[in-house]
Design a protein around this ligand. Structure first.
Ligand SMILES: Nc1nc2c(ncn2[C@@H]2O[C@H](COP(=O)(O)OP(=O)(O)OP(=O)(O)O)[C@@H](O)[C@H]2O)c(=O)[nH]1
Ligand SMILES: [Mg+2]
Ligand SMILES: [Zn+2]
Length: 293
């Protein structure tokens, strides 16, 4: 028996990496009978048939499972924004962070294009997000700076990549490893062209250890499935403060003796983040109203 990780699945075949070798495998019929489908990212044990092909025998319980891209056992997301060109859109950053909190996947914020950051946008963003527990990494592809730290964060983990167009995701991948962006991009194209029913994804191995997986269209995903009453739990600093509110169903909007609003007034919760909370709360209310119509 060999232990490995599924890095790709195509038409009933699974490609399992164990050490430096990738084995083409089929899954035992028992999985189909139990309605279990092996997923990219699954930790599996395989046995070899007579012809050097593998058979998946067991699948380890999953730590988590993303739907789009279809990947199991994701360790973290790397959310890339540029400090300038295009200007960072913190509302979109918050949306991606909400999604990460909702599915329970840690986020790393990568701020790229440090070489053209002439208004110290980096410090502004770091000062909002680092105190609430997010790792903030600053990079420049032009100066080749920040990559020691970034590589350290990616090492040995499964990382999903997200961020708007033009921020430098491909450039960052190629700086990490020449040719990496093309590998990742090829799969993104397949997903974009694919039918809605296909849940294709692939883990791209880093030579330094670990995997990355792209999330095309991730930024345009909406958060309607996050219930209004769950929104506060997707903001770590609000979640932490909410216990001290007078009402345990406090929405932190108009209620009296709201510890969250008091923390905003004292400057302990950043006003921009609180405004962002209100913005998404409104959005969720609107979408609910629309559904009722
Ligand atoms: N000044 C500066 N420009 C950069 C940096 N990184 C990337 N760029 C430039 O920004 C532009 C967009 O970079 P890409 O790597 O294609 O961005 P992307 O995030 O992959 O964009 P999409 O593939 O459209 O999602 C290119 O012209 C890059 O040369 C950087 O650190 N500094
Ligand atoms: Mg790109
Ligand atoms: Zn409250």
């Amino acid at each position: 028996m060999v232990e490995g990780i599924i890095i790709k699945g195509i038409a009933g075949f699974y490609y399992v990496q164990a050490g430096d070798t990738v084995y083409e495998c089929k899954a035992r019929g028992k999985f189909k009978n139990k309605n279990e489908t092996p997923l990219v990212g699954d930790c599996v044990t395989i046995s070899m048939d007579g012809e050097g092909k593998g058979v998946i025998e067991t699948i380890e319980p999953r730590r988590n499972e993303l739907f789009r891209p279809a990947v199991a056992n994701v360790d973290q997301s790397l959310i890339v924004f540029a400090l300038k060109n295009p200007d960072p859109h913190l509302n979109l950053l918050d949306k991606l962070l909400i999604l990460g909190e909702y599915v329970g996947i840690k986020a790393i914020i990568c701020l790229n294009k440090a070489d053209i950051d002439d208004i110290n946008m980096f410090e502004h963003i770091r000062d909002i997000y680092e105190p609430i527990g997010y790792k903030v990494v600053v990079t420049s592809v032009v100066d080749q700076s920040g990559f020691d730290v970034l590589m350290d964060e990616l090492h040995g983990r499964i990382t999903v990549l997200a961020g708007p167009s033009g921020v430098g995701k491909s450039s960052i991948l190629n700086t990490i490893q020449p040719g990496l962006a093309a590998k990742v991009g090829e799969i993104s194209e397949k997903i974009k062209r694919g039918k809605h029913t296909t849940r294709h994804s692939e883990l791209i191995a880093l030579e330094s250890g670990g995997y990355v997986v792209d999330t095309p269209g991730f930024s345009s995903i909406d958060i309607e499935f996050v219930g209004k009453e769950h929104l506060a739990t997707c903001f770590p600093e609000i979640r932490e403060m909410a216990n001290a509110c007078q009402f345990n169903n406090c929405m932190h909007i108009k209620e009296p003796n709201c510890a969250v609003k008091e923390a905003v007034e004292r400057g302990e919760i950043h006003e921009e983040r609180y405004n962002s909370y209100l913005y998404f709360m409104n959005l969720l209310e609107d979408s609910r109203r629309k559904k009722q119509w």
